[in-house]
Design a protein around this ligand. Structure first.
Ligand SMILES: [Zn+2]
Length: 400
């Protein structure tokens, strides 16, 4: 590769094929460059299943990275001189003010061929504006049904059992990026499929990430004081049988959601918490009475997404690759590199999960989770589905 250093590909590999030619055009100051670059980035990101693209100006370059399976990876490095044109092109597409570079801006690009939205955020930095593109509904995982999520079978079984209930709340919990929303959508699809359209299903979301057939989806709009709590109160008057609440972020939302669960609605919602026990404790912490939690919550599922090893993985040594990280396995595999995984060693993700059923008659509260996240993850390392390092990246070091 005989290119100026500022347009060199990042990482050990060259940029993906469509970018190699573009990088040369950037160096030649081709006037069509920015337009073609932006459309190539958007198309390539969709093709690769990337969820976000980050464009960061530095002292001498515009670094472009994309998030594959939850992890930012270098994509291409462009000469500094084209940064302003690329940002301007994004702003035009997203309907932002091109002359405003001192304030953050947010907009969206609608992709008509893919029927999907790209959210564009710009933010001023020392070296110019950085931009982040979020590809909504982009992840290959978002199209999955419950069976495709590769949930541990005991968790899946418990979840399916509870989804046929007519009241109570099902909480899907985890930190940001743990796939909670994907699982919640899969739950809705499951209910739609099983009921054959016979149940009245509504959602209140912020924002609607994926359109689901058979569900009356609504997006809150804080600008007109249509927030989660207000929207939920109105929604309940429409007598839905099943409600998806995008996320219970605050006490008013949690109170109304659990009230609905107590009075004959099945509520599916996501909640930010580390594991099942943490989720129940956090509900108590924000001021939900113990009796309400015990009587309204049917099931808590806590989950994480772990990257799956690509087919290019090779044999690992447990003494070197797993045991020092606290994973007690008898065999393991380590990442390779190939074009299929964009040389990351991983391709796609899989779920680890634990669940806890809540019984109002059991004096022990919260009851211990039936299936630990850690044991679930350790089994995947043993099976060669993922690596010990990936488990530690996502779950932290094992409990001692
Ligand atoms: Zn590979």
């Amino acid at each position: 590769m005989n290119r100026p250093s500022s347009v060199a590909a990042m990482g050990n590999q060259g940029p993906p094929a469509p970018f190699a030619a573009l990088v040369d055009r950037a160096a030649r100051r081709d006037p069509q460059f920015a337009t073609d670059f932006v459309s190539t980035v958007l198309r390539s990101a969709r093709d690769a299943g990337a969820s976000d693209v980050h464009l960061d100006p530095t002292t001498d370059a515009l670094d472009v990275r994309w998030r594959l399976d939850g992890v930012l990876q270098p994509l291409v490095r462009l000469p500094r001189e084209v940064a302003a044109n690329v940002t301007a092109r994004l702003k035009v597409l997203a309907g932002l003010l091109t002359y405003e570079s001192a304030l953050p801006q947010e907009g969206r690009i609608w992709d008509d061929t893919l029927r999907a939205e790209v959210r564009v955020s710009t933010f001023p930095t020392l070296y110019g504006e950085r931009s982040v593109l979020r590809l909504l509904g982009a992840s290959r995982e978002s199209l999955d049904s419950l069976d495709d999520l590769a949930m541990p079978s005991d968790v899946l079984c418990e979840l399916e059992r509870n989804l046929s209930a007519t009241s109570g709340a099902i909480l899907i919990v985890g930190p940001a990026g743990s796939g909670k929303t994907t699982s919640a959508y899969a739950c809705l699809r499951h209910i739609v499929a099983r009921s054959g359209g016979g149940r009245s299903i509504a959602s209140l979301e912020d924002p609607i990430e994926v359109a689901v057939n058979g569900v009356a989806q609504t997006q809150v709009n804080a600008a007109v004081e249509f927030d989660m709590a207000t929207g939920l109160r109105s929604l309940l008057r429409l007598d839905p049988e099943v409600i998806l609440i995008g996320e219970m972020r605050d006490r008013p939302t949690a109170e109304i959601a659990l009230q609905a669960a107590l009075t004959g609605q099945l509520v599916v919602t996501t909640f930010h918490a580390g594991d099942c026990r943490d989720a129940l404790n956090r509900l108590l912490d924000i001021g939900i009475p113990t009796y309400a939690v015990r009587n309204a919550v049917r099931l808590v599922v806590a989950q994480r997404l772990l990257r799956r090893l690509c087919k290019c993985a090779g044999p690992g040594d447990p003494d070197r690759d797993a045991r020092p990280l606290g994973l007690n396995v008898t065999q393991c595999r380590i990442p390779g590199a190939c074009d299929d995984c964009h040389h990351t060693g991983f391709r796609g993700r899989t779920l680890v999960a634990e669940y806890q059923t809540i019984s109002s008659s059991n004096p022990e509260f919260p009851q211990p989770a039936a299936h630990g996240l850690w044991s679930s993850a350790q089994a995947l390392v043993e099976r060669g589905t993922t690596t010990a390092a990936e488990v530690v990246r996502v779950l932290g070091l094992p409990p001692t």
